[in-house]
Design a protein around this ligand. Sequence first.
Ligand SMILES: Cc1cc2nc3c(=O)[nH]c(=O)nc-3n(C[C@H](O)[C@H](O)[C@H](O)COP(=O)(O)OP(=O)(O)OC[C@H]3O[C@@H](n4cnc5c(N)ncnc54)[C@H](O)[C@@H]3O)c2cc1C
Length: 292
Amino acid sequence: MTTTLINTAAHSAGYTDKLLLPHWAEIVKITPEAEGVTTFQLKFTDPEIQNRYRFEPGQFNMLYVPGYGEAAISMSSDLETANGLLVHTIRHVGNVTRATSRLKIGDAVGIRGPFGTSWPLEAIKGMDVVIACGGIGLPPLRGAIYRIIRDREKYGKITLLYGARTPKDLMYPTEYETWQKADINMQVTVDRGDENWTGRVGVVPMWFYHFRVDPHRTAVLTCGPEIMMRFVIYEALARRIPSEHIYISLERNMKCGQGACGHCQQGPYFICKDGPVFPFSALENIFNVEEY
Ligand SMILES: Cc1cc2nc3c(=O)[nH]c(=O)nc-3n(C[C@H](O)[C@H](O)[C@H](O)COP(=O)(O)OP(=O)(O)OC[C@H]3O[C@@H](n4cnc5c(N)ncnc54)[C@H](O)[C@@H]3O)c2cc1C
């Protein structure tokens, strides 16, 4: 399997000349997902853009709220599952994302993208896959989950480890049954249960103690808080899964989305352009460097 960074990026969408110009998209559906988290379904107002817009799971858009600015937001579905609509799940944490919490159906936002690298879904065909994610780290993997389900027979065992702070913070709970029926071994854990919670309490990386992996045929895809990813990587490496089979999605403060402004530079990489999805083998020397 190659460790080359995969960037299918906006160039595949056929409008490289307009990467700094947002295209307007109208909100067609809003779903409250969890406390402080909302899913938006969007349709480009220009039918030509709507028809040609394509992306790969793991990529992101720069989403622009007029009067507030832009934030990097991952695609949280694939187009097939979402009937051609663009889906973004957003946690309302700061200036732009809090502004999205006040948006209504029919409002327009600007979209630039798609940007960045994607999950290596072709390269890992034939392998067992461990998907390990926490909190808002599930949305960037959800499109990959649906893509894997669609091609289910082309993958080995799929294990999905997902953790949230509390049961109320779990995202897309109504979809878990579908994922399990598609022969995904789904393990959910929370940091703190409530009076109705009968599932596991604990952190995502501890799940590696509950099942065996064949290190030579296992790929790991991980996204979530950096501390969680650090321990997922640690557990995966401890089981001798090669670092080039461990893929992580990095989050850094970014502005242009195309490697021009330098905001998201880490070591030799621009996270927006060379990432956000990296094989850990490419990051071994720089993963512990803090963002300034
Ligand atoms: C590739 C990529 C994909 C992302 N996908 C999603 C997604 O699908 N859904 C989602 O809700 N969020 C996602 N994010 C995170 C989102 O872009 C940030 O939370 C963004 O800065 C929010 O903008 P804001 O103006 O609301 O917050 P700001 O006002 O800019 O900042 C809020 C706080 O978060 C800090 N911060 C800002 N950006 C980052 C960052 N990237 N990493 C760490 N800390 C940061 C700031 O220092 C500040 O403390 C993604 C980020 C990246 C880089």
